[in-house]
Ligand binder design. Sequence first.
Ligand code: F6P
Length: 561
Amino acid sequence: MSITKTSSIPRQDRMKFPTTINPTSLPQWRVLNEHARSLQSVHLRDLFADNPRRAQQFSADAAGIFVDYSKNRITAETMQHLFALVDACALRPAIDAMFAGVPINHTENRPVLHVALRAPRDADIRVDGRNVVPAVHDVLDRMGACADRIRAGNWDGYSGRPIRNIVNIGIGGSDLGPVMATEALKPFAKPGLRVRFVSNIDGAHLQETLRDLDAAETLFIVASKTFTTQETMTNAQSARAWCLAKLKDESAVARHFAAVSTNIDAATEFGIDPDNVFGFWDWVGGRYSLCSAIGLPLMIAVGPDHFRAMLAGFHAMDIHFRDTPWTDNLPVILALLGIWHGNFMGYDTHAVLPYSQCLARFPAYLQQADMESNGKSVDRSGHAVDIMTGPIVWGEPGTNGQHAFFQLLHQGTRIVPADFIAVCRAAEPMGRHQDMLAANCFAQTQALAFGRSAADVETEGTPADLVPYKTFSGNRPTNTLVLDALTPRTLGALIALYEHKIFVQGIIWNIYSFDQWGVELGKKLAHRILEDLTRKDDGMSGDHDSSTAALIRRYRTHTSG
Ligand code: F6P
């Protein structure tokens, strides 16, 4: 099935999406509050004991991902109330509006069309009356040609040696997605081709990345949606200087630099050959841009076929999200469980725990996707929101986390809802490693749900004074996501699952999920502080508070001379 233009929204109504609905004013919100109170003293042990079909009742699967959400403190009634809430919050028209290219990123007056990046060639998705899908596939084809050329050893550097090292320079959405996915799909990567990422303005990042690389065999990809981001532009200039110092000819830049940006003029001004500039569009948010040309380093690593398989996985989840009734709709279910935990149970963080070393960077990727999208406190009417919005998202891969922070998950005073992500078939099998990994994953969710009663601990002959310490309260909520295998396709579906979950939550919270004004102030202040850090005299050009002024003076004292 392909995405086609959704025509159900009359043009004159398009600016109105998503409509503004204060969720707390809805009767469904009040009902959920009352219902949550009635479940306060209910334990998962009893919910499981009372219903032998609980696991089947609260699980669903799509696009190669199975989700067991039975280990949450919910009942069938809870889900009914949550589905009623999402209807009352007008999710259906909001989904239609997004897929139809309505400018739902209201504060930037832009459509939100990452779904168009993975739509098949014959799809028709319009922005200002023009189908954007052909342009998407043009860029994908150009990326494919570039990736094939490098992978075949046919992209020669300035001195005639083939490119063997790719260094992507970008930050935030122009880094985290490609880093995460390149790590996740390492077993699919071409051996001998080194793909590295530099993001931090800390010079150590660039220097350590380049230390063992030969400039004659290195291609830099400068990835920046705006091509103005301070970190990326500074790193790109330093990389250019490093390259020229080694290759000693200005014209070498054309062979050793490519760019990915919506700002084609700025990229060519930097000196990058227009043939090596890959564009995308302002209707792609930075944190939703992995499927655009921002994915170029990944495509070079794993090849165009695997990249396209990943896009197909994204698309499968897009279609599932758009067309599946809420009761079986994975992004909607996960979003509603997050609302239940955050707004009705009062849990304020959310852990993402992949039992896969390849997914080690997935929690960091999700931090940007979720926290930059839903870390908002003004609603779509311009008023302060009076409920908790985006959770603090964090996590580390299992089993490492078990030996670090899991103590708090099991016996701490805070309840931390968690997504455990398990993989059935290892991409790189080795002895019993995969079985042990999965066993640990399932054991943790079991322990968190059911705990260990004092009576059980006593029967082990534990000394009475130690019984309280060895008791586990349990009743701690988790979802278990199971991938048949971590492949390009299932990775795409997994990422899209979370993207759409974030969208649904933003709709319910009545906030704008696709802008990020909150990152601007710090950037501006850093410019002013930078000026004062490097002043030769004792003055200050900026009007700083006393703490910041003292920090600037301290820095100056320790850097002068
Ligand atoms: O500072 C936040 C941010 O604007 C992110 O939203 C974005 O992904 C990142 O910076 C990088 O921006 P760019 O791709 O324009 O360099």
